[in-house]
Design a binder for this molecule. Sequence first.
Ligand code: SIN
Length: 328
Amino acid sequence: MKKAKIYVLATGGTIAGTAESSLDTAYSAGKLGLEELLDTVPEIKQLADITGEQVCSIGSQDMDEHIWLRLAERVNTLLKNDDCDGILITHGTDTMEETAYFLNLTIHSDKPVVLVGAMISSSAISADGPANLYNAIVAISDPESRGRGVMCCMNTKLIDAKDVIKRHTTDLATFEGDGCIGYVYGDKAYYNRKVTYTHTTLSEFDMTGVTELPKVGIVYGYAGCSPLPFESFVNANYDGIVIAGVGDGNIHKKIFPLAIDAVKKGIIVVRSSRCSTGPTCLNGEIDDEKYHFVASQNLNPQKARILLMLALTKTHDWRQIQHYFMEY
Ligand code: SIN
């Protein structure tokens, strides 16, 4: 079979991290350069022709919108080329779900784009990076992987960008999503289901020429909640605020009137939940129609923030934005 031509965009993370000794839990993320990282798995050269570039060398806690915009621009350009069959992005696991979701809505190609990372640094015993990298290259090389949107490949699983969530601070099986869409076994990718929401080729979000995204902050809900973070975002003229509410997106009484006022000032307020799973339902426990709040549906706060930033590049109409939350 003809080898796939795969381009790697390296961003850092634990997969490229090194420690003083093979037993250390403390390590520095993003230390291995692209070539050194690829050399940890010489077997991938049998699967695909691989080239690439270093986009940045960071721990993904430092990922930001500017790097996302650069990645989106680069991936869209590369995938237009017949010489590129798919893209691998090496990335820290901490914010991988956010980058994956952003790219899923801003890349307009059905060629495979897979993010890969590791929970254990490259110099540690039982580093998981090499197997994850190998599996990601298998997935991208497999024609069955086309048209499935951006995916993350971790611990043999292929998880779609909307479902993928880092659920555990240290476990290798941290990324489970709401059930993976597939897995890699040996040199083949196997898929269980297709995703049903809109992404990539059908997404209406076009980042061509965009250099700044609208400002959207997240306010975390908890017993005895302080209004200060919400007030700070309003005073800083943020365009949108996502409330990581409790339960089904419920809002503390000290925040609720501030949220109503913010909407009156033209700020879009999205209700999401600090619960790790489950939807925040439109007109569920709060009358969103009455207050013109947007319900995040199946998006957690960090992904709701991304969709809201993208939505605000097109409209400030809360009904249209709610429609996006139903669709994407
Ligand atoms: C990071 O996200 O860059 C550090 C943690 C990891 O990659 O697992």
